[in-house]
Design a protein around this ligand. Structure first.
Ligand SMILES: Cc1cc2nc3c(=O)[nH]c(=O)nc-3n(C[C@H](O)[C@H](O)[C@H](O)COP(=O)(O)OP(=O)(O)OC[C@H]3O[C@@H](n4cnc5c(N)ncnc54)[C@H](O)[C@@H]3O)c2cc1C
Length: 399
C-alpha cells in the first residue's frame, strides 16, 4: 500500500478525532496532524446532546463520559428576579434516543478518551507538534505542507479533512469564504467550586438565566460550576475578564461576604459564521473550521461531530467503491443548511431571549417558554429541535 493511501486530518480536536476513529474503525488508514504538543485543555464544550451520545456509544465512549461526567435529565430557563423556571425534561424524547439526557463532560475529557482508544490501532497515527501550513491537491491525492517540530514536510493522502478549528488554515488556503457576523459583546466565563444549589433551589445542571440587568448561564461539571456572562456595552476585554469584574458578576448571582474561589476564567469572542462550501475536490471542512455559532444551547461541538459522522460515511462509501465523488457535494448540501437554519438560528434565538431588556417583553417571552415546557407535545417538539435530533433527520432528507 502506498504511504499516501490514507486520509489525512488537520486538527486533533473533538471533530478531527471522531472522524479519525470512525474511518480507522472501518479499515481506512488515517493520519491526524495536531499543531499543539498535546491535546488541548480548554474549557469550552461541556454539553453532549442525546444523538451525539448515541453516536459515541457505538465506540464505548458514552459510558466512559458518563463515568467521568454528569447526567443531566433536565435543563431550564430561569427568570432571575422571580426565581420562576421553565424546565425541560428530556425523558419526553425517550422513544427517540437511547440517551434521553445531556451528559455534562468537558470536551478535553472526550478528546482524551478517543485518543486513548485509537492511539494503539495500527491504522491510525496522531502526530503532535505538526502544524498544517499549506495544502494542495491533484486528480489522485491531497497533501499538506507541515511544520513538524521545525522540519518542513509534505504529507500526502487520498483525502484531507480540515478539522483545524475556527481559524482553519485549510479553509483559508482553499480561499473559502466564512460569512456571518461577529458579536459586539464578548462572553466571559468564571469557574468556581461554590455550590449555588445550596442557595438557589431547583437548579438543573444546565440553566439559562434571564435578568433585566445581566443574563448568565450556569453549567455544572464534576466538582464545579461554570458561569457564563456577556460583557457590557463599552466594557473593555481587560475589564470584563478582571478578577474584580468576575467577583462582581458572581456576587450578582449570589451575594456572599467572602470572595468566590475563581478556579479558572476565560473570555471568548463570539461569531456566527458558515463556510461557503464544506468540500472542494479531495479536501473537506468539518466542525468549527466549517461553522461557528454562539455557545448558548451547547451545539457547536455536537454539530461538528455530526459533520464528522456524515462525512466519514460518505468517504467510506467512496473509498469502498460504493459511491462516487458526487457524495461529497451532498455532504455540503446536507450539513451546511443545518448549521445555519437549525444551529445558528436556535443559538441566536437563545441569545435574543436572554438579551431582552424590556421587562414586559421578557416576561411575555418567559411565559411562552413556560407554556412550551409544560405542554408535553410542545415540549417534545422543542426538545427534538434543541437536542439536534431534528437537524440530523432533516439532513438525511436532503438529496
Ligand atoms: C464558552 C464556550 C462553550 C462551549 N460549549 C459548548 C457545548 O457545551 N457544546 C458544544 O457542542 N459546543 C460548545 N462550544 C463549541 C465547541 O467548543 C467547538 O465547537 C468545538 O471545540 C469544535 O471542535 P473542532 O474539533 O471543530 O475544533 P477545535 O476544538 O478548535 O479543535 C481544532 C484543533 O486543530 C488544531 N489546529 C488548529 N490549526 C491547526 C493547524 N494549522 N494544523 C494542525 N492543527 C491545527 C488546534 O490546536 C485544535 O486542537 C463552546 C464554545 C465556547 C467558546
Amino acid at each position: 500500500m502506498a504511504v499516501e493511501d490514507r486520509v489525512i486530518i488537520a486538527g486533533a480536536g473533538p471533530v478531527g478525532l471522531v472522524a479519525a476513529m470512525r474511518l480507522a474503525d472501518r479499515g481506512i488508514p488515517v493520519l491526524v496532524m495536531e499543531a499543539n504538543p498535546d491535546l488541548a485543555i480548554d474549557l469550552r464544550a461541556s454539553t453532549h446532546h442525546p444523538p451525539t451520545l448515541d453516536i459515541l456509544d457505538e465506540y464505548g465512549i458514552t459510558q466512559q463520559m458518563i463515568a467521568d461526567g454528569l447526567i443531566a435529565p433536565t435543563w431550564q430557563f430561569r427568570n432571575r428576579e422571580t426565581g420562576e423556571r421553565a424546565e425541560f425534561d428530556l425523558g419526553l424524547i425517550k422513544d427517540e434516543t437511547a440517551h434521553p439526557y445531556r451528559v455534562q463532560c468537558e470536551q478535553h475529557k472526550l478528546t482524551r478518551l478517543i485518543h486513548q482508544k485509537i492511539k494503539d490501532w495500527d491504522n491510525v497515527e496522531v502526530w503532535f507538534n505538526t502544524r498544517v501550513e499549506d495544502i494542495g491537491q491533484d486528480a489522485d491525492s491531497a497533501w499538506a505542507v507541515v511544520d513538524r517540530g521545525g522540519e518542513k514536510l509534505t504529507v500526502r493522502g487520498r483525502y484531507l479533512i480540515g478539522a483545524d478549528g475556527a481559524s482553519s488554515a485549510v479553509r483559508i488556503k482553499l480561499g473559502i469564504g466564512f460569512e456571518g457576523v461577529t458579536y459586539p459583546e464578548w462572553f466571559v466565563q468564571g469557574t468556581t467550586s461554590f455550590e449555588f444549589r445550596d442557595y438557589m433551589p431547583n437548579l438543573s445542571l444546565i440553566n439559562y438565566v434571564s435578568d433585566s440587568d445581566e443574563w448568565f448561564v450556569l453549567l455544572r461539571v464534576i466538582g464545579k460550576w461554570r458561569a457564563l456572562f456577556p460583557s457590557r456595552e463599552g466594557e473593555s476585554q481587560e475589564d470584563a475578564i478582571s478578577d474584580a469584574s468576575l467577583q462582581k458578576r458572581l456576587n450578582g448571582i449570589h451575594a456572599k461576604a467572602e470572595p468566590y474561589d475563581l478556579m479558572h476564567k476565560t473570555i471568548y469572542r463570539i461569531h456566527q459564521r458558515v463556510a461557503t462550501t464544506y468540500n472542494m475536490g479531495r479536501i473537506f471542512l468539518a466542525g468549527d473550521a466549517a461553522h461557528l455559532n454562539n455557545p448558548l444551547g451547547g451545539m457547536g461541538m455536537n454539530g461538528g461531530i455530526h459533520d464528522a459522522v456524515n462525512l466519514t460515511d460518505k468517504l467510506t462509501a467512496v473509498w469502498r467503491g460504493e459511491g462516487d465523488a458526487g457524495l461529497f457535494d451532498r455532504y455540503t448540501r446536507q450539513r451546511q443548511p443545518i448549521a445555519v437554519e437549525n444551529v445558528q438560528a436556535q443559538a441566536e434565538r437563545n441569545r435574543k431571549l436572554l438579551n431582552e431588556r424590556d421587562p414586559k417583553v421578557r416576561l411575555a417571552n418567559f411565559r411562552d417558554t413556560q407554556k412550551t415546557a409544560s405542554d408535553p407535545k410542545k415540549a417534545r417538539d422543542f426538545l427534538l429541535r434543541s437536542s439536534m435530533i431534528e437537524g440530523l433527520r432533516r439532513a438525511e432528507t436532503i438529496a
